[in-house]
Structures are given as C-alpha cells and as structure tokens.
Design a protein around this ligand. Sequence first.
Ligand code: HEC
Ligand code: HEC
Length: 256
Amino acid sequence: MKHDARNPLAAVIRQLLAGSVLTLPALACAAGPGGSFQPTQVSATPDRNAGLQAFAQIERVLLHARCLNCHVPDGPLQGDAKRVHFPPVQRGADGKGVPPLQCATCHATRNSPLAHAPPGLDTDGQPGWHMPPAKMKMSWLGLSGPALCKVLRDTRTNGGRSLAMLEEHMATDHLVAWGWQPGPGRELPPLDKPAFDEQVRQWIRNGAPCDTREPLRTSAGPTRAAADEALLKNLRAIAGSGALTQTKGTSNGSQP
Ligand code: HEC
Ligand code: HEC
C-alpha cells in the first residue's frame, strides 16, 4: 500500500494512530448487507439532449419549496412561498440547529396532522429533521440550469457523491422521500416520485450532462456500499482483520 497524501484512507489511519477507533464500527455497519439499490449504468450510446431534458425535469423538483427550503446558504426557509423560517433559526455546524432552537426541539419524528405545525420524520427512532452541515451547505438557492447541475454533480459540493451515490440518495433517502409526504397544507413537487426517479435514471444513463459542450460521463462511479467495502478492505490490509474485530466488539460503550 502506497502512502499517498491524497488517499482518503490517510485521515482514517491518522485517527487510528491517534487512538480514535470510532470510525471503524461505523464503517463496518455502513458496509454491512446493503439495500437492494441497483445503480443505473451510463449507456454506451448516450444522448446528450435526452440527458439535458431529463435534468430540466430534475431541476423543477430541486427548486421546489419541498427541497429548496433546506438547500440554502443560511437558515432554512419555510412554506410553499419559501419565506424565511419563523422563528429565525440557525443551521449550526452539523445542520441540526443551535441551542435552544435545535431542529429537534420543534421537529419531531412525524408530521403533525395540523397545518403549519413543524413537519417531522423518523431516523432510527430519533427526530431526523436537519439541513446540510455548515462545511458543505449544498445550497441551490439562486442557481438554475448548468450552474445548478454542476453543484449537484460535483463531488466537492455534493458531499463527495458519485453519480451512483446521488441516484441512491434521491431514490432512497428519507428526507427526499418526505418531500412527497410533507403533511397537510404543503404542495407536492411538480413530478411524482416515480417520475422523478425515472428522470434521474435518464440523466445518468445519458452521461449526466450539465451543458451542451462538456464531455459526457462514461461511468456512474461506485455506490456508497462499494466505496465503504473498498475502504474496509484497505483498512483490513493495513490494520489486520484482528484489529477490526477487536474494535468492533469493544466500542459499544464509547459511542457518543
Ligand atoms: C429537512 C431538510 C431537507 C429537505 C426538505 C431536503 N433535503 Fe436534501 N439534503 C438534506 C441534508 C441534511 C443533506 C445532506 C446529507 C448528507 O450528506 O449527510 C441533503 C443532501 C441532498 C442531496 C445530495 C447533495 C447534493 O447537493 O447533491 C441531494 C441530491 C438532495 N439532498 C436532494 C433533495 C431533494 C430532491 C429534496 C426534495 C424532494 C430534498 N433534498 C429535500 C436535507 C434536506
Ligand atoms: C421553534 C420551533 C422550530 C425550530 C427550533 C425549528 N423549526 Fe423548522 N419549522 C417550524 C414550524 C412551526 C414550521 C412550519 C411552518 C409552516 O408550515 O407554516 C417549520 C417548517 C420548517 C421547514 C419548511 C418545510 C416546508 O417544506 O415547508 C423547514 C425546511 C424547516 N422548518 C427547517 C428547520 C431546520 C433545519 C431547523 C433547525 C436548524 C428548524 N427548522 C428548527 C418550527 C421550528
């Protein structure tokens, strides 16, 4: 194994050397038996125009209030009119708010049956409502067309996601799914969920184009599970499988 400064493993190894083993069990879970998600492959004969048309449909959803209200540069927006959130709350470093106004203070594990009450959703029994973190805001506000497309597609602005990971997120993420189950008094996005998922597949199948000139993508890249599996494999090679088994078994009490 080469020692390469750009290798993402370097960070994990530094943590290992510093005695922090929390990353390992987390990775072991993430790479466990995954869902049934099958990523769309890029066609051998991609059609740029079909891809651009598909993105135009994706864009209508991304810029709709149900998605945009969280994908903003500052505090969240509210309602179909995308007005400033009342009360004015802050994102916080992790996107979960700043005490005493953490998102979970008001946003519970399910939507309220009452209009204009805070929406909610369940993540492993906890309130999962939050926005992207401060260090990667994933903001789409004020963007459209190629500029929006590139922010969505670029791993430096999309949370390090390959096309396959983007597709998986849009197809399976519960915050995305919430957009189509927003509770009373909130408009639905302009495409239904199966139609949206199909446009995402069409865009990727046709090389994920953002404009009329740039080269088309030829591969959708790894899924999250495949990337985690590769990382684990490398870690095992470095640390030895014994070290992994050991940290897995002893970490329970030390999780934050
Ligand atoms: C309650 C807030 C919230 C809502 C509503 C929301 N998202 Fe997100 N979204 C997030 C968070 C948080 C992340 C970051 C997840 C991560 O990387 O850990 C994210 C990340 C993403 C990403 C990957 C990053 C990127 O910029 O490419 C996509 C794609 C995405 N969301 C699509 C949507 C779509 C489509 C909708 C509407 C149907 C939507 N989101 C609604 C909070 C939200
Ligand atoms: C003091 C209570 C409170 C706190 C704290 C709070 N919210 Fe809200 N939020 C609300 C209420 C109430 C609504 C519904 C307003 C309406 O529909 O008119 C709402 C709505 C929203 C919506 C709009 C949903 C939609 O599509 O219309 C978003 C996005 C949102 N909150 C994000 C957040 C985030 C992110 C945090 C934490 C950083 C947060 N909220 C913290 C009370 C709160």
